[in-house]
Design a protein around this ligand. Structure first.
Ligand SMILES: [Zn+2]
Length: 402
């Protein structure tokens, strides 16, 4: 099955050649995958004499996934296909400080609305992926001491959603939501922090063949998602990539909301930029204001954003030495300020890193924009459910991908 995920149609003979498996084994496997809808016949291969052979391709429409991007003040939910491509979406204001119950009930209701809108059945849903704006223990789906999410600490997010949506857990002996892998039975609910899911979304949508990628979110806070060897690197407790509170060189006097001084996000995040503009008599109250000012040609704003880019670049130069990525993607709401921010980052990273590490290094803006989170949350689910073991289970239980 895995070889079909690149979207290329193949004949049975091609699969035999690629895998070295017996023809009969391949035939049975193709038939089984067809029976649960994941493969579909799509015409015949051109043949040089003899019987034309049928070609099969992955059918991404076979099931649907919910990808949810929950921010401090916004909720964005998409129903996607099995390649993480949004089919329909709902974005509404929410307030994360209302606590987990109202926010997750909103997500459950929104999931039902999307299923209804798209005419898909609850049984078509293979999983729910959620990004939250704070640290998350991915294995249990619980937020861990999230600074801007009062009431959410260690809250069992998968269990709440499974209950609200009456998700069929399928296996009486499978334990409750939040068991290892945070599977809730046949419909897993997976949770991670917003930057990790944005990294997954940008990687899947724009750089699927890149093995080593660093996604940097620049907004009110600053953080990074690390793709290493093609996989998301979460670290020991899920805190990998938390660059916002790394010391920015030369700013020891700046106070940060975390209680420390000289943190990167206190120096180069959105509020720091608006404060520096205020000193120039320019009023900006949000990241959107900053982006609009740069786009309207405000030179002091472009300078302030470029300087923030340089400060971020100082920290990223260290990351480049440590991780040797081939692509750094700059995303988040301030990435809309375009070249000003990226130019500052490039200036310092290329200037400060060794030529071997930067020879092929690209530093590029994110392409998925506001969709990065929902695409990434859905991708987190598809990567989880489309593994060989889970597909075997689906075949054994006639269609339930768990
Ligand atoms: Zn800090």
């Amino acid at each position: 099955m895995q070889m079909f995920l690149d979207g290329r149609p193949r004949t049975r003979s091609e699969v035999v050649q690629l895998t070295g498996l017996a023809r009969s084994t391949v035939g049975q496997r193709v038939e089984a995958l067809q029976s649960i809808g994941l493969l579909e016949p799509i015409g015949e291969a051109a043949s040089t004499g003899g019987r034309p052979s049928a070609r099969f391709a992955f059918n991404p429409q076979a099931r649907v996934v919910v990808g949810a991007d929950i921010g401090a003040t916004h909720g964005h939910v998409a129903l996607t296909d099995l390649l993480g491509r949004p089919l329909c979406e709902i974005a509404e204001p929410i307030t994360i400080t209302d606590g987990p119950a109202p926010v997750l009930d909103w997500l459950a209701t929104t999931t039902e609305r999307l299923l209804t809108q798209s005419g898909r059945d609850r049984t078509d849903l293979v999983g729910i992926g959620i990004g939250l704006p704070g640290p998350v223990e991915h294995s249990t789906g619980r937020p861990m001491q999230p600074p801007i999410m009062p009431g959410w600490d260690r809250y069992d997010v998968p269990h709440h959603l499974a209950t609200a949506l009456h998700l069929d857990t399928g296996f009486p002996s499978d334990g409750h939501a939040g068991s290892p892998g945070s599977a809730t039975g046949p419909v897993p609910v997976l949770v991670d922090n917003d930057v990790n899911i944005m990294a997954l979304g940008e990687h899947a949508a724009a750089h699927p063949h890149v093995q080593h990628l660093l996604f940097v979110k620049v907004a009110t806070g600053i953080g990074a998602g690390i793709i290493s060897g093609g996989r998301l690197h979460r670290g020991a407790v899920g805190a990998a990539g938390d660059l916002g509170h790394v010391a920015a060189p030369g700013h020891a006097q700046v106070l940060c909301r975390c209680g420390n001084t000289g943190c990167l996000e206190a120096v180069a995040g959105g509020p720091a930029i608006t404060a520096s503009l205020h000193a120039h008599g320019i009023t900006a109250t949000s990241n959107e204001d900053i982006v609009a000012l740069v786009r309207s040609g405000s030179i002091p704003t472009a300078h302030a954003v470029r300087q923030a880019g340089r400060t971020i670049g100082e920290v990223l130069a260290t990351c480049v030495s440590l991780l040797n990525p081939s692509v750094i993607v700059i995303g988040g709401s301030l990435a809309g300020a375009g070249e000003s921010l990226i130019a500052g980052v490039r200036e310092v990273v290329y200037g400060r890193s060794l030529p071997l590490a930067t020879g092929d290094l690209q530093i590029v803006p994110a392409t998925t924009g506001r969709q990065a989170g929902v695409i990434g949350a859905a991708t987190m689910v598809t990567q989880h459910v489309l593994t060989a073991d889970r597909i075997d289970h689906a075949i054994a239980t006639r269609g339930v991908i768990a």
